[in-house]
Design a protein around this ligand. Structure first.
Ligand code: GBH
Length: 474
């Protein structure tokens, strides 16, 4: 039995909790119903780009199995579900003059209706890395500010128009740091540009990431402006952005180490959060990059600052770590960049709230375990490391809200399902639900049951989970 050690206090009734996914990681059906290609379609098929050489053509087949996914969400008793819309299903060639694909609209419209019919609040990401391939071919996507901002805003507009009557929580972008650094610096994510000529025939890692990041900030800001001016009054929703960043702590109390930790936060989170919420790039970024960091025109800066206004919120994903001297705190997950260090999660929430003073939604939080080492499905479902991880972060979450007064309004575990883990292919599993990729059958893991139970106990929840309250191990 897994005891959740319920303390005497609870999160508020309207606290949203659930699980998160992203279109390219789960949908598959890349040819269905008029979808255009995204930059991940071909990239994931290039030898060496994914660990297991597998692509996203099938993934968890959620495009066809979405009713089953809805049933799972009901089983877990979630209040909300974070998913992303595939731009190239909505506008196959991506651009502002290109036609809208009604079949794509219908798919998401039915899905949203399905959530609402089950009392689940949709939490929608507009862009989770699957840029329409046509926009990359036409003008190099995020590297072309003059084009991409207009195209993204038109895509956002179509989504607000068609889904905004029912969707009240919008995220413009998922993790601009990953888009910029991994896609245009290290070249490990699509479109795979880099100065490393062994990796990529084209690209310039010392300039392109900052240009791409700048376009992402502007696209976010102009989409927020549009939402505020044309939709918010009648639709009454809110809109924000998901930022990622590793938590960093000084090794000791020396000034150099305190500064170094702050610089690490500046170049991960501050790069995007500072312009949006504080009105300028961090001083350290300017010092580090000089002319390579693009300037905002006065008009752009006004829009960017405005996008950080009062009702704005910040989505945030966090995987805590620290490696002060080659040693590490916390349990190593089955991927190099991730360790379980729950106190860091509480510290990070406090840091964000103190610096930016905005309500926070934790839009992803998860842990990879070595599921492939397990011999049987039954063993894979007993994901003790992941349960332990979630036990730690949920208690840090509660402490941050209740003891520290941080305004956290929602929490999403990553991920509802094992799925296409980008450059890791299907080798790394993040799901709270095991997916058998032969049969596409879904099996709730202990971690999913743990979160279901934890939130049932810790939120004034009017919708109890239908999963049994205790987990009995066989
Ligand atoms: C999330 O990002 C993504 O939003 C989600 O799609 C993904 O499935 C999930 O993580 C699990 O990976 O190139 O080795 O330096 C999490 C934040 C920050 C994790 C950057 C990977 C870089 C790895 N990411 N980090 S590396």
């Amino acid at each position: 039995m897994i005891a959740t050690n319920a303390p005497p206090y609870k999160l508020p009734t309207d606290f949203l909790w659930g699980f998160a996914t992203a279109s390219f990681q789960i949908e598959g059906a890349t040819d269905a119903d008029g979808r255009g290609k995204s930059i991940w379609d071909d990239f994931s098929k290039i030898t060496g780009k994914t660990l297991d050489g597998r692509d996203g053509d099938v993934a968890t087949d959620s495009y066809h199995r979405w009713q089953e996914d809805l049933d799972l969400l009901v089983q877990y008793g979630v209040k909300s579900y974070r998913f992303s819309i595939s731009w190239s299903r909505i506008i196959p060639s991506g651009g502002r003059e290109d036609p809208v694909n009604e079949a794509g609209i219908e798919f998401y419209s039915d899905f949203i209706d399905g959530l609402l019919a089950r009392g689940i609040t949709p939490f929608v990401t507009l862009y989770h890395w699957d840029l329409p391939q046509a926009l990359h071919d036409r003008y190099l996507g995020w590297l072309n500010k003059g084009e991409i901002v207009l195209d993204f805003v038109r895509y956002a507009k179509v989504c607000f128009e068609r889904f905004g009557d029912r969707v009240k929580h919008w995220l413009t972008m998922n993790e601009p740091w990953c888009i910029s650094i991994l896609g245009y610096g290290r070249g490990v994510f699509a479109p795979g540009r880099s100065s490393d000529r062994l990796r990529s025939p084209e690209g310039n890692s010392s300039t392109e990431p900052w240009i791409a990041g700048h376009s992402v900030i502007l696209s976010h800001a102009y989409a927020v402006k549009l939402y505020r001016e044309e939709f918010k009054a009648k639709q009454g929703g809110e809109i924000g952005i998901t930022l990622n960043g590793d938590w960093a702590m000084p090794y000791d109390d020396s000034i150099q180490n305190i500064e170094a930790a702050q610089h690490a936060l500046d170049v991960a989170i501050g790069w995007f959060a500072d312009p949006i919420y504080l009105g300028q790039y961090p001083a350290y970024m300017k010092q580090m990059l000089g002319d390579r960091l693009p300037d905002f025109t006065p008009e752009e800066l006004a829009v960017v600052k405005e996008a950080g206004g009062e009702d704005e919120f910040q989505g945030h994903v966090e995987y805590t770590f620290t490696r002060p001297d080659g040693t590490q705190l916390g349990t190593q997950a089955h991927c190099a960049w991730l360790q379980d260090y729950a106190p860091g999660f509480r510290d990070l929430l406090n840091y964000l709230y103190k610096r930016y003073r905005k309500p926070i939604y934790v839009t992803e939080n998860g842990f990879a375990v070595k599921d492939e080492d397990k011999k049987t499905v039954e063993e894979a479902l007993q994901d003790d490391d992941r349960v332990q991880y979630y036990r730690g972060v949920t208690s840090s979450l509660l402490a941050a809200v209740k003891e520290d007064g941080v305004d956290v309004r929602g929490y999403f575990g990553w991920s509802l399902l094992d799925n296409f883990e980008w450059a890791d292919g299907y080798v790394t599993r993040f799901g709270v639900t095991y997916v058998d990729y032969e049969t596409q059958k879904r099996y709730p893991k202990d971690s999913g049951k743990f979160l279901s139970q934890w939130f049932k106990e810790h939120v004034d929840n009017d919708k109890p989970s239908s999963i049994p309250a205790t987990i009995v191990k066989v």
